[in-house]
Design a protein around this ligand. Structure first.
Ligand SMILES: Nc1ncnc2c1ncn2[C@@H]1O[C@H](COP(=O)(O)OP(=O)(O)OP(=O)(O)O)[C@@H](O)[C@H]1O
Ligand SMILES: [Mg+2]
Length: 245
């Protein structure tokens, strides 16, 4: 479980001080998938970085699996919108990278690449792939860690609609298979509703939780064609619009 309590994140000092996150509370149970959505620059990435242990909260408390986060953890994976691939390493080399850095056995990577539709491409280099494939390699690298917690910072940003939806479906099926606790940051309301069992809506900076929409019917590929999906998307859109000034 992830627990975020009274999270406050400030950057800089004096006149350069920026309050990014004000007092954010939420929990993500084991195996639960939550979407975080909010205006540009409101503090979403900062929240993920704090959960991952990359930055330290100014105040508040974050625990993962009951332990206070004090640095990067082995059971937490983080992916960003640029997949962060090393151009001189092959698909397989990139997918194994996180395991290698943690000196862990590199088993299971082939299978993960196959699951992600990258089976025939293990020896290719990132430059030889489409953008959608590169993102999938980034996902494979994170997944190879068999994370308990999977943090995703706009992993589908700047992809065409169909590629984006295809990767959303892949993430959904991976979640069904591996049952990690997922936190997805996205600008895309439909993406938030397709993948989030709960959608946490954040205010403009400094981020605070404005509203939480329950989305119990998500979980199937067909969900985006249902009236319930449309209702959830409309509700989220109304709340986000009401935050614009
Ligand atoms: N390292 C840093 N030093 C100083 N200020 C920072 C730093 N990182 C982020 N900020 C500021 O904190 C605020 C929140 O940034 P953050 O990246 O968390 O927002 P975001 O919601 O992820 O934005 P976006 O939607 O554009 O990705 C912004 O005002 C940003 O300028
Ligand atoms: Mg961000």
């Amino acid at each position: 479980m992830i627990s975020v309590e009274g999270l406050r994140i400030e950057y800089g000092r004096g006149r350069r001080r920026t309050l990014a996150v004000e007092r954010v509370d939420f929990r993500v149970a084991d195996g639960e998938f939550v979407s975080l959505i909010g205006p540009s620059g409101c503090g979403k990435t900062s929240i993920l970085l704090a959960i991952d242990g990359i930055i330290r909260p100014t105040a508040g408390r974050i625990t993962v699996q009951g332990e206070e986060v004090r640095g990067v953890r082995r059971d937490v994976a983080f992916i960003t919108q640029d997949a962060g691939l090393l151009p001189w390493k092959t698909v397989r080399g990139n997918a194994e990278l996180a395991l290698r850095l943690q000196r862990r056995p590199r088993e299971g990577v082939r299978e993960i690449l196959r699951t992600l539709g990258l089976g025939g491409f293990e020896n290719r280099y990132p430059a030889e792939l489409s953008e959608g494939m590169r993102r999938r390699v980034g996902i494979a690298r994170a997944l190879a860690l068999r994370p308990e917690v999977f943090l995703m910072d706009e992993p589908m940003a700047n992809l065409d609609t169909l590629t984006r939806e295809r990767i959303q479906e892949i993430i959904l099926s991976l979640w069904h298979m591996y049952r990690f606790a997922g936190v997805l940051v996205t600008h895309d309301i439909e993406e938030a509703a397709f993948l989030g069992q709960r959608i946490i809506i954040l205010s403009p900076r400094p981020a605070r939780v404005v509203e939480v929409i329950e989305n119990p019917d998500m979980g199937g590929v067909e969900y985006r064609r249902s009236p319930e999906f449309y209702r959830v998307v409309t509700r989220a859109r109304e709340i986000l619009k009401s935050l614009e000034t």
